[in-house]
Design a protein around this ligand. Structure first.
Ligand SMILES: NC(=O)c1ccc[n+]([C@@H]2O[C@H](COP(=O)([O-])OP(=O)(O)OC[C@H]3O[C@@H](n4cnc5c(N)ncnc54)[C@H](O)[C@@H]3O)[C@@H](O)[C@H]2O)c1
Length: 442
């Protein structure tokens, strides 16, 4: 099937590569000329396990192409995916300017029947806006071309995106007619060979499903973080509490790990966008606002522990930071807890020496580029030299079993603030660390 994917970011590039892998003919489009030029040279703009190999293989075999020419790509497609960003607007709502700009281009470019797929995470009612925008552009051209708009929210996780896309738990399609639904089913059938995981529903429910999934996961995290703050005050150990509740199959272990807050390109903006949608429709959300408020505060939990230990004047202090990405196995730093923690500490005079296996370039060139008090090293041990303490922010696998003798030797004193509760506190104390974690009273 001939498909155009408009927006070649985390979702667009992964979707394009995976559809191409199944033998479809894919054109990935972006307005970012530099990004497209790099992709054509075989340089992959993001880190995602398995992505580089898949993109290069399909680019070489001709099933995957890159262009800035949206018009031609759309004119030659049977399906057109919209996968551009929907960042948070000033009032918390999803900013639809990129989605609607693409819709206008689609109306200006399509030549034949087209299934237009909203893959970006968009609020309820966006499919109607996309349809109206396309129709207005067709009317301006004075042409009458049939098209359908469907909603196909994406559930991939950064860090496991290829795996999630190739073997999805479910494929949700919101559609209002059988023809579009059948085309989408044909497209996804190769990804569901062992069992059909296609869930068809109406468009608004599909749009709502994506926000509900993210809000549910964010709620679990914030709930557990709130419990961790209570544990800390009453003298309980949240790690033991987590074990105690996770063993209940109704609760489960996933997304109840306490830590220094969630970040990323989805949870923070999607929780707030859903809350804004609720308010727009006259409902005052209570849980969603609380989820966001708990997370905002949680990002400061580790810097507060550092301040409680070292005082509010951190001039002359240096902290080693392990991990900058919002989670392991990605270089994405959007809304990462590391940004809050580092900026809080440097505002009090501290120097930071940071290491992340993949996200250094994002920090240096974007998220922390204006912070002159941050230096970077290329190994987890190099950042420790003469640092006053170690702060773990992202739980990359390589931080799970470090050589603690080496860590102690390199640090000025063996003080360790663990924002992801990676180690057993008793054990860490036994091997000589002053060890602080989330939700455990020290
Ligand atoms: N990143 C994730 O893990 C994830 C998961 C599920 C859903 N989503 C949703 O998918 C959407 C895309 O997210 P992302 O992380 O891939 O975003 P991204 O910022 O990585 O990529 C968006 C791309 O769209 C391009 N773009 C913007 N306007 C364009 C236009 N008019 N024409 C062509 N290209 C244009 C940008 O240059 C950029 O390369 C968002 O709505 C997001 O909420 C993201």
């Amino acid at each position: 099937m001939k498909i155009s994917v408009i927006g070649t970011g985390y979702v667009g590039l992964v979707s394009g590569a995976c559809f191409a892998q199944m033998g479809n003919s894919i054109t990935c489009v972006d307005i970012d000329e530099k990004k497209i030029a790099s992709l054509e040279e075989g340089i992959i703009p993001i880190y995602e396990p398995g992505l580089e190999e898949m993109v290069l293989e399909n680019y070489k075999s001709g099933t995957l192409a890159f262009t800035t020419d949206a018009k031609t790509a759309i004119a030659n497609s049977r399906i057109c995916f919209i996968a551009v960003g929907t960042p948070m607007g000033e009032d918390g709502s999803a900013d639809l300017q990129y989605v609607l700009a693409v819709a206008k281009t689609i109306g200006e470019s399509m030549e034949d029947y087209l299934v237009v797929v909203d893959k970006s995470t968009v609020p309820v009612g966006t499919a109607d806006k996309v349809r109206d925008t396309i129709q207005a552009a067709l009317d301006t051209r004075g042409v009458d071309i049939e098209f359908d708009v469907v909603s196909n929210p994406e559930f991939l996780k950064e860090g496991a995106a290829i795996q999630d896309f190739m073997r999805p738990d479910r494929v949700v399609i919101g559609a209002d007619n059988q023809k579009a639904l059948d085309i989408m089913h044909d497209l996804y059938a190769p990804f569901m060979k062992t069992r059909d995981r296609f869930i068809a529903m109406d468009i608004k429910s599909a749009e709502m499903t994506k926000y509900t999934a993210n809000a549910m996961l964010a709620t679990k995290i914030s709930f557990m973080n709130e419990i961790s703050n209570i544990c800390e005050r009453v003298g309980a150990d949240v790690n033991q509490v987590r074990n105690g509740i996770g063993s209940d199959s109704r609760i489960g272990y996933s997304f109840i790990y306490p830590g220094c807050g969630y970040g990323g390109s989805c949870f923070p903006k999607d929780v707030q966008a859903l809350a804004k949608t609720a308010k727009d429709y006259g409902y005052e959300p209570k849980i969603l606002d609380a989820v966001e408020a708990v997370n905002y505060a949680q990002k400061k939990v580790i810097s507060t522990k550092v301040i409680n230990h070292f005082g509010t004047d951190l001039k002359g202090k240096t902290f080693a930071v392990w991990g900058l990405a919002f989670k392991p196995e990605t270089d994405d730093m959007r809304e990462a807890s590391a940004i809050t923690i580092i900026n809080e500490l440097t505002a009090l005079g501290a120097e930071i020496v940071a290491y992340d296996p993949k996200a250094r370039h994002e920090a240096e060139n974007h998220y922390l580029k204006d912070n002159d008090n941050v230096r970077y090293e290329d190994s987890k041990y190099d950042v420790l030299k003469n640092a006053d303490a170690l702060i773990l922010v992202t739980e990359w696998q390589e931080f799970r079993s470090p050589d603690f003798d080496e860590v102690k030797k390199l640090l000025k004193s063996p003080i360790f603030f663990d924002g992801r509760n990676q180690f057993d506190k008793k054990r860490m104390n036994e091997i000589g660390f002053e060890y602080y974690q989330v939700g455990v009273n020290v």
